[in-house]
Structure formats: structure tokens, C-alpha cells
Ligand binder design. Structure first.
Ligand SMILES: [Zn+2]
Length: 207
């Protein structure tokens, strides 16, 4: 009731172009301009798979940036739908959806974890449980601006699993650049994830 009333007084608008929507954060026209990657599998080694769904440009880039500033919940819901569709289309079977954790200090300073918001929305859409058994045990610098070698060193041994998973796990994130974060989370998962480990990023940033 309250939501209907609020939607009537303040109709939901597209965060990209400002046009009224049916409740989604992005209108259909803007959504149709998202550049999906034709071959989204970036890496496959044994039971480890890294994917990126879109290119980090245009609408995707704007969505990732907006997710950090405004309309967080609605954007995360839409991303959750895109992730869930991707998982189904690529026939990925997993038992849990996890996220890239932040350290307590990072979480305090930012106030939210965008990877967690995407994971929560994705887990709801797929109807598989959210996994919160990964923690960040090392303070790191921002990856942006670091060299490839610097990024690898920065996140080295940053993540730890505290729970084992009898099946397969999907870890979601917003941006995939050099893959150093994905690799570290995958490394930390060894011995804790029995099935496959999937790292799926919303967008891939080249260079
Ligand atoms: Zn729009």
C-alpha cells in the first residue's frame, strides 16, 4: 500500500535517462543498450570458472557507478535479475550465492557492500541461499590506480573462508578488471568448496 502510494506520488524513474518506469531502475530502452559479452567465460581451470556478463562501458558503467551513490536497492534488484538470467542461460548450477566481502573498516567507511547487495538480489531471484562465509582479513588499498602486479600483491591472502560448502558456489561482483580479486577468492575457496567455484562479474573493464 505505502509502496503503491509512494510510486504514485514519486513514480520510479530510469536512473540513466529519467523516464518513468514500471518500478525498474532502468527503462527498457536504456536496458536494450547494455553491451552483453558474446563469449562471457574469461577463465576455466578445473572446477574454477570466471565470467563477466557485460562490457564496462555506456549503460553498464553508469549502473555500476550509480550503484555506489544512489537508488542502490532498485539497481541491485535489476542486476540480480540480469545475474539470475545469466546463470540460467549458461546452465550454471550452484547451491549458494556469495559476495566479495569488505573488511570491517571498509564497510564502516562506505556503509554498504555493493557485491553483497547484488548477491542478495541474485540469491532471491534464483531461490538459492546466500552464503556469508567469506571474510576479508586484510586491509587493502583501492585496486583502482594500481598496476597489475600491484593489484595482485594488494589482495594477496586478503580473503578467508570460515564455512565449507558441500556443493557449488557463485561469487558475484560488480567489476572485473585484472581478475586479481577473483583469483584470490578462488584460492581462498580451495578446500572449502566441494563443487565448482564460479566468479561472475557484472562488467569487464579492459585496460
Ligand atoms: Zn532510460
Amino acid at each position: 500500500m505505502l509502496k503503491d502510494l509512494l510510486d504514485f506520488v514519486f513514480p520510479p524513474r530510469c536512473v540513466i535517462c529519467g523516464k518513468e518506469t514500471d518500478g525498474a531502475s532502468v527503462c527498457l530502452q536504456c536496458k536494450s543498450k547494455i553491451k552483453f559479452i558474446e563469449y562471457p567465460l574469461i577463465l576455466h581451470r578445473k572446477n574454477t570458472y570466471f565470467y563477466a556478463i557485460t562490457r564496462y562501458e555506456g549503460i553498464s558503467e553508469k549502473l555500476v557507478k550509480k550503484l555506489k551513490f544512489s537508488n542502490r536497492k532498485r539497481i541491485a534488484e535489476d542486476l540480480g535479475k540480469i545475474f539470475a538470467d545469466f546463470v540460467k542461460e549458461n546452465d550454471i548450477r550452484a547451491d549458494f550465492v556469495g559476495f566479495v566481502p569488505m573488511s570491517k573498516k571498509e564497510l564502516r567507511s562506505r556503509g554498504f557492500n555493493q557485491s553483497y547487495l547484488i548477491a542478495r538480489a541474485t540469491s532471491k531471484r534464483l531461490n538459492i541461499p546466500l552464503f556469508s562465509g567469506i571474510s576479508k582479513v586484510k586491509e587493502t588499498k583501492k585496486q583502482v590506480g594500481l598496476s597489475r602486479a600491484g593489484r595482485i600483491k594488494n589482495v594477496k591472502n586478503a580473503f578467508k573462508f570460515s564455512q565449507s560448502i558441500p556443493g557449488s558456489l557463485i561469487v558475484v561482483d560488480d567489476v572485473f578488471t585484472t581478475g586479481s580479486t577473483a583469483k584470490e577468492v578462488a584460492r581462498a575457496s580451495k578446500g572449502f568448496v566441494k563443487g565448482n567455484f564460479y566468479f561472475i562479474a557484472f562488467s569487464q573493464k579492459i585496460g
